[in-house]
Write a protein that binds this ligand. Structure first.
Ligand code: XCC
Length: 634
């Protein structure tokens, strides 16, 4: 192990007590974690500002971040072209991840309605009808299967269509859609947009940063209003639309006397299949015969958030804790599918004799055990994993240390439920929320989302930012690893209303809801888009999403997916702040374009701040600016 880690105080790495305890244990055990590598490997200063072009072999060309216009690349590419290209490719990669995930869910939906997959069935036919109606599919007097087949055919266009507009454009507020049409950024189909984005960012193609920005927005919109939205809707249809459920979050959900199985990744099918296998009477019996009190299934990261929202499944924590949880020694198996799976999980798992299993052919890890999950027979894979976990339980070492702390909170707030809870109908207009915003009890709405990052003290900015927002009467909607940070900190329960400002507290106490509403995984950011769309369509808060007193933030982001999400919120009209770092050369025209000019064209804009209180200040100032423009400022 490197020496520097001895110098880094654990309290500088994380505010998650359980993770801190496990970092300390890992150091004693001589096991390196990604926190240690982040401390020992400084970020490349040129790469951090995105001032390096490596799209051809004439380079790589490095620009001068202190004087970005003093040179150009060998082909003549300016700093604006270079940074825009790099940014565009991040958006393409993030969009590809979400849309590939969404397409997988859509294929599962097709197999379920065609009877090719009999392990799952449609759990929410009402949602199926709602989505079908929103897309102008005739529902009256027709069999559910017929409607479902039409819905499949329509939604497939989200990915494969080469011309026209993706189906979900029908759910965008008309004025917002009009502005996209004017700008030429309505997505045709995700595959086409990603392909064109990659083409236009190759050597010698699009060398106009403003023109590139249009394709960047079109690609990102194919994610938020396309791949991600289809994924959320289909997952709700197949596995149920979430409604509030009390859940424990934190490493304390591991049980010393049970077979602990962790599922980590993003696509719901692995965890849904695992839920069936963990409840299998034969396997439960096998676990008890092995001396365990039962099988304890636990989620992590986004697939965990999906199951937490729908089934109240316990959750062990966010991205920065996935290695640390293995250090407990109490994990009897960790199985993973796609996205945010650190390659080093395999080595850390080996250090604690935990079986580590990849299950998706798209995401193997060199040397790791792979048990392919066949979506036509998913239980074959998950049963094998349960058996491996039971076997490991029998031979567990004695050095188990499980941090006690968990946060008990309420999660599972779909956009349908938020409206219902505030006094509206389950699938109707957003009148009650709008009224509370207009009368000033709720000052505005903030989305606080995204990853954790070992270069940023884990959970700190998420928690401090949200505390400041609710203190100022801003209702907070959450997804992803951010939601887990707040859950661990105990801010997702109704008791958190005591920390809210008087107006928001009054609404929360009347309704019995927390001021921090967890909407689920990162693809579920599409729920925030639909909520925003419904607020606009309900009336009283302007005609476009850009008119709403709302703002977004990803304070500790790390993934390209986060950049794609940020860009689709900006293109949809939301002021979106990222923290910690931003892939941008300062003082460039492209920076001005993203951070200032887009707003003047009726979109949202990007913002950056490193300090959570500064993030909150910027978001609240923006919310107040929008309130003033709407004439509802009191
Ligand atoms: Fe990954 Fe989705 Fe980021 Fe968390 S928030 S680190 S992308 S798990 Ni999605």
């Amino acid at each position: 192990m490197a020496k520097l880690q001895e110098l880094i105080n654990v309290s500088d790495l994380t505010t998650c007590e359980a993770t801190a305890q496990m970092i300390t244990k890992a150091r004693k055990d001589g096991v390196e974690l990604f926190f240690d590598r982040a401390s020992n490997m400084k970020a490349c200063p040129i790469g951090a500002e995105s001032a390096c072009c490596k799209h051809c072999s004439m380079g790589p060309c490095r620009m001068n971040v202190n004087s970005p216009y003093d040179r150009v690349g060998i082909c003549g590419a300016t700093i604006d072209t270079i940074v825009a290209r790099n940014f565009g490719r991040m958006v393409a990669a993030g969009t590809a991840a979400h849309t590939d995930h969404g397409m997988g869910m859509l294929e599962l939906f097709r197999d379920v309605i065609n009877g090719k997959n009999t392990d799952f069935k449609i759990q929410d036919p009402m949602k199926l009808l709602e989505v079908a109606k929103a897309l102008d599919i005739v529902t009256e007097g027709r069999e559910l299967k017929e409607i479902a087949l039409d819905l499949y055919a329509e939604l497939e266009k989200t990915y494969t269509q080469v011309d026209g507009e993706i189906p979900m454009m029908k759910r965008v507020p008309p004025k917002t859609l009009e502005s996209w049409r004017k700008e030429g950024i309505v997505p045709r189909g995700a595959m086409r947009e990603i392909m064109e984005m990659m083409h236009r960012t190759a050597i010698g193609v699009d060398q106009d940063y403003e023109n590139l920005t249009k394709q960047i927005s079109r690609t990102a919109l194919a994610d938020g209003w396309g791949g991600s939205m289809v994924s959320t809707d289909i997952t709700d249809i197949l596995f149920g639309t979430p409604s509030p459920v009390e859940v424990e979050v934190g490493m304390g959900v591991l049980k010393e006397d049970k077979v602990n199985i962790i599922v980590h990744g993003h696509e719901p099918i692995l965890l849904e299949a695992m839920i069936i296998s963990a409840a299998d009477p034969e396997l439960k019996k096998m676990a008890i015969e092995a001396g365990a009190k039962g099988i304890n299934l636990i989620g992590m990261c986004c697939s965990g958030l999906d199951a937490l929202s729908r089934h109240g499944l316990p959750h062990a924590g966010n991205f920065s804790s996935t290695e640390a949880v293995l250090v407990t020694g109490a994990v009897d198996a960790m199985c993973v599918d796609v996205q945010c799976i650190k390659q080093d999980l395999k080595r850390v798992a080996e250090c604690y004799d935990t079986p580590f299993i990849t299950t998706n052919y798209r995401a193997k890890i060199e040397g790791a055990l792979h048990i392919q999950l066949d979506e036509h027979d998913p239980l074959k894979c998950t049963e094998e994993i349960v058996i491996k976990a039971i076997t490991r339980f029998k031979t567990r070492g004695k050095t188990i240390e499980i941090p006690r702390k968990t946060g008990l909170g309420v999660h599972g707030f779909s956009y349908e439920y938020i409206n219902y809870m505030l006094g509206g109908s389950f699938r109707g207009s957003y009148k009650p929320l709008n009224e509370n915003i207009i009368n000033g009890r709720i000052r505005g709405v903030a989305g606080v989302v995204g990853c954790t990052n070992p270069r940023s003290k884990q959970d700190f900015s998420h928690v401090e930012l949200v505390k400041e927002l609710i203190r100022n009467d801003v209702l907070v909607l959450q997804t992803g690893c951010s939601q887990l940070a707040l859950a661990k900190a105990g801010l997702t329960g109704p008791g958190a209303a005591a920390m809210a400002g008087p107006g928001l507290a009054e609404v929360c106490e009347t309704v019995g809801m927390p001021p921090v509403l967890g909407l689920g995984s990162c693809v579920d950011n599409s729920r925030i888009l639909i909520a925003a769309s419904k607020m606009v369509r309900t009336g009283g808060l302007g005609e476009t999403i850009a008119d709403l007193p709302a703002a977004g933030c990803a304070p500790e982001w790390m993934s390209e997916k986060a950049i794609a999400i940020g860009q689709y919120f900006v293109a949809s009209g939301v002021y979106t702040i990222f923290g910690h770092t931003f892939p941008m050369t300062k003082g460039t025209k492209f920076e001005k374009h993203l951070f200032e000019e887009l707003e003047t064209k009726g979109f949202g804009k990007w913002g950056f701040a490193d300090d959570p209180l500064e993030m909150a200040r910027l978001m609240i100032a923006h919310i107040d600016k929008k309130r003033q423009a709407l004439g509802i400022d009191k």
